[in-house]
Every structure is written in structure tokens, then in C-alpha cells.
Design a protein around this ligand. Structure first.
Ligand code: HEM
Length: 454
């Protein structure tokens, strides 16, 4: 790639110490990004502990340059190395260049939009059973309950496990492993030792080894299953996939990709669902419209609700690429070694793209379709989320099921704060609601100000 003969430079950014910048990023991510945007404009540099320098990009043109740029120059795998201990070396999330594309090609067909419809009945059944177990007329946090749904969906639609006893065992093992890996203690350990050393630590192996054993056993059974070609689950498709040289994926590759799909698809989708409910119960008119349209068999509005939730409350606020050589972005030549971060949150809050950007107004997506470089909750380009259609389909299914089976109201009118949990941004109180049976009266009956600040 030809590089203009100019000296690479970084855009401006806060001059205070790295540790203060890191705290701002970790503790108050939305406000911190917005303050920097106001002060320094569409491109600014932050210094984050253990991450080096991040150049935030808030203009759709710059985002487009990154998403359409040369994958040899824009490495995402390197930037994701923090996930190594759980997802393993073969994970599509950690690979770059040819190996990344090779794995992505094998995995893409399983997530093709058309395929998703086949998971509809299973997702509905899982959502229905979970919702039926919720206590009524008392405050409950929906976030952990959404996690239960999304975990079940991964185990059954992605791993394709059907046997109830194996499902019970895996559910227990996975919950334990996920709790361990997202506990504050292990995040500190990770920061101190780095992901490569953490991957071999005894306490981690103790929670992950039994998961690996069960997954590898499932892989072996699936390879032998006489009905494998008739099955729809992702593992069955991956077992039949072939690399370009005709070889099947190895056991280690399959194990790592299953864990990748779990880590990438479970908490993210649960969090997005929790935010959808957190927003909807504070906008009773939208919740009412949702119920009415779903009841009438129309799925446009639920689609708009999902898009608006992911716009206003993106689960991940940025995506990251590390530059392997200098690259010109937004008219500035940036140095090799820095990371560029298309900023999902700031792009989604641009008033020139989204009038009244802080308002929760799903209708905007009925008026204008989502833009490739302006609606980016799933990132973009050759690294775009593989499970984007899967997640949207699952969210639509669960929200539709809920909207026609229960009445929901908020516990308090005040919106929930955005709280960080490892790398995702979650509702601070776990999206608390009071659930009531449907009794014919209007949903969301408590007095909530129409315009609740975002
Ligand atoms: C609302 C839910 C979800 C959100 C917000 C989300 C978001 C993202 C984002 C921002 C990326 C990085 C994209 C980039 O770097 O440009 C990503 C990557 C990925 N996601 Fe998702 N995701 C969600 C659900 C899922 C699900 C359900 C699955 C699979 C079951 C999944 C699988 C993946 C994989 C495999 C990658 C790596 C793609 C690659 O590196 O080529 N995600 N996701």
C-alpha cells in the first residue's frame, strides 16, 4: 500500500495521566466519550492502561474507511487477545488476515439470514418457558432472565444439544465458567498477568476443563451421528464444513469456535434484550404499539424497536483495529502500532444523522433504513458480527413473545444508568420491571414522563 510522504501524527486528546483516562473510560464511558467528542471533535486520542493509544473515530466517513480498509493493515484479532483464555488460539475473534478469512468463510453459512427462520420455533419455545416462570406483581431484574434465555438458545440452536441431562450439566458448567471469567478478581488477574499466562492458570483450568471435555465429547458424537446432514444446529454444519484443502475442522478448532459463539453471542444478546425492556417500559406508548402490531402479525415495529435499542444503548461502545502500518484516516496519517476505534456510541448519537439523538424513537427506523456506516452495533466490514442476524432474530422473537403474553411496568420512572460489566454496557439495576398478567387494560399503566432523558 502506498503511503504519502508525511509524518504520521495523532489527533488531540486529554493530556491528563493515563490512569485518569482509563478510569473515565471504565467508570463513565458514555459521558467520557461525549466530553472528549465535544472538546476534540470527530477524531481524538485516548491513552488506556494495557491498551496503548486508541484513536476514536466518530465520523461515518472515517468509520467507512476502517470497515472497507485493507485487513492486512487493520488487525482486529490482535486487539481481541484479552479473550484468549476462554476462546482459545483458533477463535475467529483472535485470527487475522488469511486464517481469519478462512475460518469466517466456514462459519458464515450457518448464520445466513435465511437460516435464522429455522431457529424461530426453538427460540419461541425457550422464551415462553422462561417467561412463564417469572414471578408476578413484584420487582424482578430481567437481565439475568434474558441471560438464561440466550444461554439456552446457544446450547440448543448453536451447540445442538438435545438430551435434557447433558443440557443440565453443560448449563451448570458454563454458568460457573462464565461467572469465574467475568468476576472482578479474574479481570484484575488478567490485567496483572496478561491473557497468555492467565490461559494456563489452575483456577481457570478447573472451571474450563470440564466444559472443554463436554464440548469435545459432543463434537465426537456429532461426527458419528448418522443424521448429521439433516440437523440445523451450527455445530452440525461446522462438522460438515471443509477447509479449502478439503480437510474438516479439527477438534481444537471446533471447540474454540463453539466457545467463541458462546462468549460473543450470549451476554451481548441478553444485555441488548434487557435494554430494550428498560427503554420500552419507560415509553408506554411504544410498548403499547409493539403489543398491538405483534398481535396483528406485523413484525416491522419490533424490528424498529430492536434497531433503536441497539442504536441508543449499544452493548459494545467501540470496535478496535490495530494498525500494522501507517494509514490515512479522516485526512490524517496515523502511525503504525496505534489502534483505531470506530465509536459506535458517538456515531449513533450524531444529530446530523439521528435528529433528537437522545430520544428513544423506534419510528425513525420506519421512516429511514439503517445506514451501513451510521448504524453499527455489530461493527462492520470483514469483521462484522457473524451473529448479527441471529441476535436480531432472537431479540425480535423474545420481545414479541413477551409483548403479547405479559404486561410490564417499570419499578421506578428514572432510567437505569449505563454500567460497565467487563466489556459490555449493561443497565445498572439489571432492567427491573414488575410483571403482570395480560388482562385487557392498556400496558405500562403507571405514570411515566413521556420524555425520559436518555
Ligand atoms: C446484540 C447482540 C450482539 C452484539 C451487539 C454483537 C456485537 C459484535 C461486535 C461489535 C463485533 C465486532 C465487530 C467488528 O469488529 O467490526 C462482533 C463480532 C462477532 N460476533 Fe457478535 N454481537 C452480538 C451477538 C452475537 C451472536 C448471537 C453471535 C453468535 C452466536 C455473535 C458472534 C460474533 C462473532 C463470531 C464475531 C467475530 C467476527 C469476526 O471477527 O470476523 N455475536 N459482535
Amino acid at each position: 500500500m502506498s503511503v504519502p510522504e508525511r509524518h504520521p501524527t495523532l489527533p488531540p486528546g486529554p493530556s491528563y495521566p493515563r490512569v485518569v483516562q482509563t478510569l473515565g473510560w471504565v467508570r463513565r464511558p458514555f459521558q467520557f466519550m461525549e466530553d472528549c467528542h465535544r472538546r476534540y471533535g470527530d477524531m481524538f486520542t485516548l491513552r488506556i492502561a494495557h491498551e496503548g493509544r486508541w484513536v476514536f473515530l466518530a465520523h461515518p466517513e472515517a468509520v467507512k474507511q476502517v470497515f472497507t480498509g485493507d485487513p492486512r493493515v487493520l488487525h482486529a484479532g490482535e486487539a481481541n487477545v484479552i479473550l484468549l483464555p476462554v476462546v482459545g488460539h483458533h477463535s475467529v475473534l483472535l485470527l487475522d488476515e488469511q486464517r481469519h478469512m478462512a475460518h469466517r468463510k466456514l462459519m458464515l453459512p450457518s448464520f445466513h439470514g435465511e437460516r435464522m427462520r429455522r431457529y424461530g420455533d426453538l427460540m419461541r419455545e425457550i422464551a415462553r418457558a422462561e417467561i412463564a416462570s417469572w414471578p408476578q406483581q413484584e420487582p424482578i431484574a430481567v437481565w439475568p432472565r434474558m441471560q438464561a434465555i440466550t444461554l439456552e438458545v446457544i446450547m440448543r440452536a448453536v451447540f445442538g444439544i438435545r438430551d435434557a441431562e447433558r443440557l443440565d450439566r453443560l448449563r451448570g458448567l458454563l454458568r460457573h465458567a462464565l461467572e469465574w471469567t467475568s468476576s472482578p478478581r479474574s479481570i484484575v488477574t488478567m490485567a496483572l498477568l496478561g491473557p497468555r499466562r492467565v490461559a494456563t492458570l489452575r483456577p481457570l483450568r478447573r472451571v474450563l476443563d470440564p466444559v472443554d471435555a463436554l464440548l469435545l465429547d459432543e463434537v465426537a458424537r456429532r461426527r458419528r451421528a448418522p443424521d448429521v446432514s439433516e440437523r440445523d444446529d451450527v455445530l452440525s454444519l461446522l462438522v460438515q464444513a471443509r477447509h479449502e484443502d478439503g480437510q474438516p475442522m479439527s477438534d481444537a478448532e471446533l471447540r474454540d469456535e463453539l466457545m467463541t459463539l458462546l462468549v460473543a453471542g450470549h451476554e451481548t444478546t441478553a444485555t441488548a434484550l434487557a435494554w430494550a425492556i428498560e427503554r420500552l417500559v419507560r415509553h408506554p406508548d411504544k410498548l403499547e404499539r409493539l403489543s398491538a402490531e405483534v398481535e396483528a402479525g406485523d413484525d416491522e415495529y419490533v424490528d424498529a424497536v430492536v434497531k433503536e435499542t441497539l442504536r441508543l444503548r449499544p452493548v459494545l461502545p467501540i470496535v478496535v483495529r490495530r494498525l500494522t502500518e501507517p494509514m490515512e484516516i479522516g485526512g490524517r496519517l496515523l502511525p503504525a502500532g496505534v489502534s483505531v476505534a470506530p465509536c459506535i456510541h458517538l456515531v449513533h448519537r450524531r444529530p446530523d444523522v439521528y435528529p433528537e439523538p437522545r430520544r428513544f424513537r423506534p419510528e425513525r427506523f420506519l421512516e429511514e433504513p439503517a445506514g451501513t456506516y451510521t448504524w453499527i452495533p455489530f461493527g462492520g466490514g470483514v469483521r462484522r458480527c457473524l451473529g448479527g442476524s441471529f441476535a436480531v432474530f432472537e431479540m425480535k422473537t423474545v420481545l414479541s413473545e413477551l409483548a403479547v403474553s405479559r404486561r410490564l411496568r417499570p419499578v421506578t420512572p428514572a432510567p437505569e444508568r449505563v454500567a460497565r460489566r467487563a466489556i459490555t454496557l449493561t443497565p445498572s439495576r439489571g432492567a427491573q420491571v414488575i410483571v403482570e398478567p395480560l388482562d385487557g387494560s392498556a400496558p405500562g399503566s403507571i405514570a411515566v414522563p413521556r420524555e425520559v432523558a436518555a
